[in-house]
Design a protein around this ligand. Structure first.
Ligand code: MLT
Ligand code: MN
Length: 305
């Protein structure tokens, strides 16, 4: 079984963002045809009991409180969370690790460059390495995801690099090839892909997506210059390391022929008009076969592909 929960479908800053009075954020605050979203993360399980987090968002505490499957039952302390797999070292992907600092063992996995960012920042030493081992994932290898007691979880993980960008706070160092990962998780029959950041949709990524059953993809912006045009930020999507939904090189067109997986947008920025339930852009994305991810959505799939 492959059981997936969208813990958060928003991009960095969430929706509404704390300092924004843009029309979409005002609507979300008032609950007017726009649902709030926490920052992007998924939980994945092979049995509905033991869970792995894909990214640890700054909203993780709130996400656990909203998700009974991730809460401890029975003995005094503990957690169903067995591991955290990081797709990158952006602030919105790693800072939730600090929420997990209560001496609970779990496994922490990421690319060498992502783990190097944690290693150099002493605040993450609050996660005691003797009970929270850091495991570097090398590209192209398939590793079984193990439970804390060493038993198989029923899931296997494959990581692959995607074009991306150095984390915001480390841009001066330049982008490394393993800064941005896609995560592929399979129960042996069904496969899901998590790609919350992607600067270019390559043929290899399209081929991979065509074989998957569930695709959770970078939904940061609708249009590359939308934050510039609306006066929210001087940055384009490409400057931030993201393709944009409705551009020629974006997912609506590039994955149009990729009809096998159920396709979800996650990591949706607060400026993106698809967040507004009555917008023409929302309608266009849905007509193109995409689901605009929402916090709390759960997809359970099993059986032969
Ligand atoms: C991104 O995905 O581009 C980053 O999360 C941006 C940010 O941290 O503000
Ligand atoms: Mn982000």
């Amino acid at each position: 079984m492959l059981d997936v929960i969208i813990l958060g479908a928003g991009a960095g800053g969430g929706f509404p963002q704390w300092n924004s009075a843009a029309p979409g954020c005002l609507q979300a605050r008032e609950g007017r045809k726009a649902k709030p979203r926490t920052q992007a993360s998924l939980a994945v399980s092979g049995d509905g009991v033991h869970w792995f987090l894909l990214n640890a968002s700054p909203d993780l505490r709130q996400q656990i409180l909203a998700t009974p499957a991730l809460q401890q039952h029975g003995s005094t302390r503990g957690t169903p969370i067995q591991g955290v797999i990081l797709a990158g070292a952006e602030i919105d992907a790693i800072t939730g690790l600090l929420t997990l600092r209560e001496r609970e063992p779990f496994t922490l996995m990421g690319s060498p460059s992502t783990l190097a960012q944690l290693d150099r920042n002493p605040i993450f030493e609050a996660l005691d390495r003797s009970i929270i081992p850091r495991i570097a994932l090398s590209e192209g290898t398939t590793v079984p995801l193990l439970l804390k007691n060493g038993a198989p979880s029923g899931l296997v993980l494959e990581v692959f690099t995607v074009p991306g960008k150095a984390p915001l706070y480390a841009e001066a160092e330049g982008t490394k090839p393993d800064d941005t990962l896609g995560l592929s998780i399979s129960d042996g029959q069904k496969t899901m892909l998590f790609v919350p950041g992607c600067a270019e949709i390559t043929q290899a990524l399209k081929d991979r997506a065509s074989r998957a059953d569930l695709l959770f993809f970078d939904g940061t912006l609708w249009q590359d210059d939308e934050m510039i045009r609306t006066g929210l930020s001087p940055k384009s999507g490409h400057r931030m390391g993201h393709v944009s939904m409705n551009e020629t090189d974006g997912p609506l067109r590039q994955f149009a022929a990729c009809t096998r997986p159920k396709k979800f947008f996650v990591h949706i920025n607060n400026s993106n008009p698809v967040l507004l339930e009555d917008s023409p852009q929302r309608q266009a994305a849905e007509q193109a076969g995409w689901v605009i991810g929402e916090d709390g959505m759960r997809l359970k799939t099993e059986g032969p592909s």
